[in-house]
Design a protein around this ligand. Structure first.
Ligand code: PBG
Length: 328
């Protein structure tokens, strides 16, 4: 490699066009997935206090938002349900007339080309807010598997394109895969929240989804953020059980994990830029401490550079709008 003064890296940084010409990583709206929170009723649009720009909407408003998202070139949304009723076992989660099921049917009818991914977990539907059923004061892994599979099957029947289990029970990808296959849904893909850490950055989401655990925390099922090798084991297990795409979550605190998972597997790696990561940037922006728009663009670029193929982000639609308006 030549040295200064023959080599001057600044030569290629002189103008916006030159910088664009040699840019190694670009984020495209086609890489992004927009999360949405759907609730019952009609004409409902409730802002989530801790997540500026994010709303709980009824199905009619969801369709309007999803249409905008799709028109801006974003291929997929990720759906979370906020049901009217919760119980110990999360039975509203597998009700064929549940809120997610209604939303999926309406979305596939109105916007057949938009990919609908459904989050599969019990925490949005259980009265105690844990991701599985309780037994002996802890979350009972094996008893939860059948309920997750039921919920996944119900989403598939409604027309979901991709099922995304986020509960972190052992063996759930296999349980869901075999149930879907047995019912003829072998073409429905599984995006597994494979490396999901017990993170402090999920706080605003739990406001949005009303899913904060009543007691305790999620540390007996979600991973210790200190563990990268264990993340690789989790990923291998899920691939072995039939996962088609692998998720790493959170994203910004896990750039090394994204890189390692991509290198180790070559599978599609989807990174979830989670609620707290998003909210922290917007809050600092509101205080005038950072330029939130630029910080978000830089963050998404870093996640992509680390090896993510897709990014789930609350900024997806806004990013695409800014791109369309020539602001990026
Ligand atoms: C449900 C689930 C959570 C998130 C996605 N699915 C919350 C949790 O595990 O507590 C978090 C998403 C975010 O923070 O944006 N299990």
């Amino acid at each position: 490699m030549s040295q200064f003064p023959q080599y001057r890296p600044r030569r290629l940084r002189r103008t916006p066009a030159l910088r664009r010409l040699v840019r190694e990583t670009t984020v495209d709206p086609a890489d992004l997935i927009q999360p949405c929170f759907v609730t019952t009723g009609s004409a409902v649009r409730r802002p989530v206090g801790s997540m500026p720009g994010v709303f709980q909407t009824s199905v009619d408003e969801l369709i309007a938002d999803a249409r905008t998202t799709a028109e801006l070139g974003i291929p997929a949304i990720l759906l979370f349900g906020i049901p009217d009723a919760k119980d110990e076992r999360g039975s509203s989660g597998w009700d064929d007339n549940g809120i997610v099921q209604q939303a999926v049917r309406a979305l596939k009818q109105a916007l057949p080309d938009l990919i609908v991914i459904t989050d599969v977990c019990l925490c949005e539907y259980t009265s105690h807010g844990h991701c599985g059923v309780l037994g002996d004061g802890t979350v009972d892994n094996d008893a939860t598997l059948e309920l997750l599979a039921r919920q996944a099957l119900s989403h598939a029947r409604a027309g979901a394109d991709i099922i995304a289990p986020s509960d972190m029970m052992d063996g759930r990808v296999g349980a869901i895969r075999s149930t879907l296959d047995a019912e003829g849904f072998h073409d429905i893909a599984i995006l597994s929240y494979a490396a999901k850490f017990a993170s402090a950055f999920y706080g605003p989401f739990r406001d949005a989804a009303g899913s904060t655990p009543r007691t305790g925390d999620r540390k007996t099922y979600q991973m210790d953020p200190a563990n990268a090798l264990e993340a690789l084991r989790e990923v291998r297990l899920d691939i072995g059980e039939g996962a088609d795409m692998i998720m790493v979550k959170p994203a910004h605190t896990c750039l090394d994990i994204i890189w390692r998972v991509k290198q180790a597997t070559g599978y599609p790696v989807c990174a979830y830029h989670v609620s707290g990561e998003y909210a922290a940037i917007l809050a600092a922006g509101q205080l005038g401490w950072i330029d939130a728009d630029r910080a978000l663009d830089e963050t998404l670029t870093s996640i992509k550079r680390a090896g993510a193929d897709q990014i789930i982000t609350y900024w997806a639609t806004e990013f695409a709008r800014r791109r369309r308006n020539g602001e990026l």
